[in-house]
Design a protein. Structure first.
Length: 288
């Protein structure tokens, strides 16, 4: 059975996140454990976790994903930002464990005023500080679009980080279709070649999660602007330059078999999202 869902809100605790996911006919979902732009977090005991787990079991929802907040930048040369990134990632890993998730997706970081080599070394150093033998969830480094000084824009950059991590068995990868397309990989016409390269550089065993997103940009634009799946020029949020066919083929490919698929596509307005329709589209008519 294809394991597919979307980003959902955690504002009502894990129970409300699970209910929202089920309303989209999803069998998994992704959450932030609090606001992605700051460190404010409700205590674990107030997150209605056990009620959420019970609801998930009753409604066959599993393999949920946590996304680390954007404020974590392990590549930073500024000590206050770096120390915050390390300490807060440690606490987010603990919250991920409490949620019963085996996956925490992390943007590797941005080197800002330094260079990519410095950033890669800094990220690996930070991961070595947070990982130990008792760490349960995989830290899934996300493929990035290449805007600004962000790291992870190529499979090789991610591989360089992993090579420097002592407990590399705790590291996975999250393949974001919008980001990978925007960074210059041709997932529309040459997905098999892209994945063969991924396997050569990183190994398919590291691939844990897909973020399934359209893109408003042409391949290689390095801009990172998500689009609704297969949207045409009449969509208020813009046209999807990857297209439904390519994304459907990815979801149903042998390379993606058994992986988790999470949508992060835009809301049309404050009251309208297309998650239910997009999940249905991507499931298709194949037996699961």
């Amino acid at each position: 059975m294809i394991k597919i869902g979307s980003h959902v809100s955690i504002s009502g605790g894990l129970i409300e996140a699970a209910k929202e996911a089920f309303s989209y006919n999803a069998n998994t979902f992704m959450v932030y454990t609090g606001a992605p732009q700051n460190t404010k977090r409700l205590p674990i005991e107030d997150m209605k976790i056990e009620e959420g787990k019970k609801y998930m079991k009753e409604h066959k929802i599993s393999d949920i994903v946590v996304h680390a907040p954007y404020i974590i930048n392990l590549a930073s040369y500024k000590e206050n930002i770096y120390e915050l990134a390390v300490s807060f990632l440690k606490s987010e890993i603990k919250r991920t464990e409490a949620f019963g998730s085996n996956y925490i997706v992390l943007h590797p970081g941005a080197f800002t005023d330094k260079d990519v080599k410095y950033g890669i070394n800094r990220i690996a150093e930070g991961l070595n500080k947070v990982l130990n033998e008792d760490t349960k969830p995989y830290i899934c480094l996300e493929t990035m679009a290449g805007k600004g000084s962000e790291i992870g824009r190529t499979f090789d950059e991610i591989a360089e980080i992993i090579e420097k991590v002592e407990m590399s068995n705790k590291i996975g990868v999250c393949f974001d279709t919008c980001h990978t397309h925007d960074s210059g990989y041709d997932i529309i016409n040459n997905f098999e070649s892209v994945m063969d390269n991924f396997n050569k550089v990183l190994g398919l065993d590291r691939l844990k999660v897909f973020h399934i997103n359209g893109s408003l940009n042409k391949c290689g634009a390095k801009k990172d602007r998500h689009a609704n799946i297969g949207a045409d020029e009449n969509n208020p949020r813009g046209r999807d330059m990857i297209g439904f066919k390519a994304l459907y083929n990815i979801v149903h490919s042998e390379y993606a078999k058994g992986k988790i698929f999470i949508l992060e596509t835009p809301w049309i307005d404050k009251n309208t999202n297309l998650y239910k329709e997009e999940i249905k589209m991507l499931r298709g008519i194949k037996n699961e």
